[in-house]
Write a protein that binds this ligand. Structure first.
Ligand code: HEM
Ligand code: HEM
Length: 191
C-alpha cells in the first residue's frame, strides 16, 4: 500500500467521526469536572443538601451524566469506530447512521444536562425562597420539566441505540461491498 492510500485509510470518514466523538467527549469531561469542582465547594454542598430532590438533579444527576455519557461513553464510541473496522475487517455498516447517532448523542447529552441543571436550580431556589416542598416547586414548571426531561432522555436513547444497531449490523451484515478491501483502496479506485 502506498503512502497516499495509507494516509487516506487512517483518515477514513469513520475515523473522522471517531475524532469528533473524542472532541465532544473531552469537552464534556471539561464541563463535568468543572461542575464537580464547583459542587465540592462548601456553599454549593450546603445548597445541594438543603434542596433535596431538586439538588439531586444537579448533583449527582447532571454531573454524573455529563461525565459518564458525554465524556466516557463518547470516548468509548470513538474507540469502537476506530477499532471495529480494523478488528472485523469490514467498513462500518452505515456512515450516515453513525453521523446521525453523533447528532443525537450531542443534542441528547446537552439537552439532558441543560434540563437537569436549569430545573434543578430553579426548583431548588424556589424551595428555599418560598419554604415549600419539592413537589410544589416542581409543579410550577410543569409541563416543561416533564417534557424537557423525557425528550432529552429520548434523544440520548436514540443516540445510543443507533450506535448499538450500527455495531451489530457491521459485524453481521452479509454485504460483500463492506469488506476491508474497499476501505483500504484509494478513493479514485472506489466505485
Ligand atoms: C474534578 C473532577 C471531579 C470532582 C471534583 C467531582 C466531584 C464530585 C462530587 C462533589 C460529587 C457528589 C458526591 C456526593 O454528593 O456525595 C460527585 C458525584 C459523582 N461523580 Fe464526580 N467529580 C469529578 C469528576 C467526575 C468524573 C470524571 C466522573 C465520571 C467519569 C464523575 C462521576 C460522578 C458520579 C457517577 C457521581 C455520583 C456518585 C453517587 O451518587 O454516589 N465525577 N462528584
Ligand atoms: C438514555 C440514556 C440514559 C438516561 C435517559 C438515564 C437516566 C437516568 C435517570 C433518570 C437516573 C435517575 C435516577 C434517580 O432517580 O436518582 C439515572 C441515574 C444514573 N445513571 Fe443514567 N441514564 C442513561 C444512561 C446512563 C449511562 C450510559 C450511564 C453510565 C455510563 C449512566 C449512569 C447513571 C448513574 C451513575 C446514575 C446514578 C446517579 C446517582 O444518583 O448517583 N446513565 N440515569
Amino acid at each position: 500500500m502506498n503512502q497516499a492510500s495509507e494516509t487516506e485509510r487512517l483518515n477514513s470518514p469513520t475515523d473522522r467521526l471517531g475524532l469528533r466523538f473524542i472532541l465532544f467527549g473531552v469537552f464534556c469531561l471539561f464541563v463535568g469536572t468543572l461542575q464537580g469542582f464547583l459542587q465540592s465547594t462548601p456553599r454549593i454542598r450546603h445548597w445541594v443538601h438543603m434542596t433535596g430532590q431538586a439538588g439531586h438533579l444537579v448533583d449527582p444527576l447532571a454531573h454524573a451524566h455529563i461525565n459518564l455519557i458525554g465524556g466516557v461513553v463518547s470516548v468509548v464510541m470513538a474507540m469502537v469506530y476506530y477499532l471495529l473496522p480494523r478488528l472485523s475487517g469490514r467498513q462500518i455498516w452505515s456512515q450516515m447512521l453513525g453521523e446521525l447517532s453523533f447528532v443525537f448523542m450531542v443534542s441528547g447529552v446537552l439537552a439532558f444536562y441543560s434540563v437537569l441543571l436549569t430545573f434543578g436550580i430553579l426548583e431548588g431556589n424556589r424551595m428555599l425562597d418560598q419554604g415549600i416542598v419539592y413537589p410544589l416547586a416542581r409543579a410550577v414548571y410543569q409541563p416543561y420539566h416533564k417534557i424537557g426531561f423525557v425528550l432529552a432522555a429520548l434523544l440520548m436513547g436514540i443516540g445510543h441505540w443507533t450506535f448499538v444497531f450500527n455495531v451489530f449490523a457491521t459485524v453481521w451484515s452479509r454485504d460483500p461491498k463492506k469488506g476491508l478491501e474497499t476501505m483500504t483502496r484509494p478513493a479514485k479506485e472506489r466505485v
